[in-house]
Write a protein that binds this ligand. Structure first.
Ligand code: NI
Length: 222
């Protein structure tokens, strides 16, 4: 994450130093589409797995293709959407279960809608902030052999979908009339309950994933 942030600041600095384009707002009715690299970095914590003292789980990061859209309802207000190819995360045991290592894997899609406010340009930089809702859908959840043997049998895992608040900030740097460099970040409240079913025994664990999402991409205004 730090390397990517450093790279984005270098890119921004070089764009600023090489040209000062005529700045203009996107304009009402504009659609800005952006594609780039998006990383989900969980800021996670969990409760105990039912009946297993001092146990906890953690969630690893993943990077995928991110797509974002802003549709300008006025010169300053837009509807924003964050979409992506599915993120796949390793779920690691920790606490008293740490020796098990990775215990599961889960894939999710985190579509996020925001209402954005686009500030006045600073030369060719267009900053914005957003507030909205995220709906995270988990699928393709699998457990590892280490969990199956620790729980004494084939274990099915399923994670509840999550609805939560999302905060967003970003900048679009104008490169030419309709092309932009975009750097954006989100903080998303994603909370889920994982259900582990081994034969007739059901165990649950509450997990707050609450990730930071960072994206660097290229945008085009239609
Ligand atoms: Ni949370």
């Amino acid at each position: 994450m730090k390397n990517k942030l450093a790279l984005s600041f270098v890119l921004i600095a070089s764009v600023l130093s090489t040209q000062q384009l005529m700045a203009e707002g996107f304009g009402k009715g504009s659609l800005i589409t952006r594609a780039g690299i998006a990383k989900v970095q969980p800021n996670d914590s969990s409760g105990e797995v039912t009946g297993i003292a001092d146990s906890s789980v953690g969630v690893a990061s993943d990077t995928q293709l991110g797509l974002t859209f802003s549709y300008m309802l006025s010169d300053n207000v837009a509807i924003g959407l964050l979409a992506s190819t599915p993120f796949s995360h390793d779920i690691k045991a920790s606490g008293s279960l740490a020796a098990l290592g990775n215990i599961a894997e889960a894939t999710h899609l985190p579509p996020t809608f925001t209402l954005q406010y686009h500030f006045k340009n600073l030369n060719n930089i267009k900053p914005y902030i957003g507030l909205g809702l995220n709906y995270t859908i988990f699928f393709d959840e699998n457990t590892t052999d280490s969990l199956d043997s620790a729980l004494g049998g084939d274990t099915d895992i399923s994670l509840d979908d999550s609805l939560g608040l999302a905060l967003e900030t970003g900048i679009d740097i104008q490169l030419s009339e309709d092309w932009y460099l975009n750097v954006a970040a989100w903080y998303i409240d994603i909370d889920t309950t994982a259900e582990l079913k081994t034969d007739d025994i059901v165990r649950t664990v509450n997990v707050d994933i609450d990730p930071w999402v960072g994206m660097v991409g290229v945008g085009y205004r239609f």
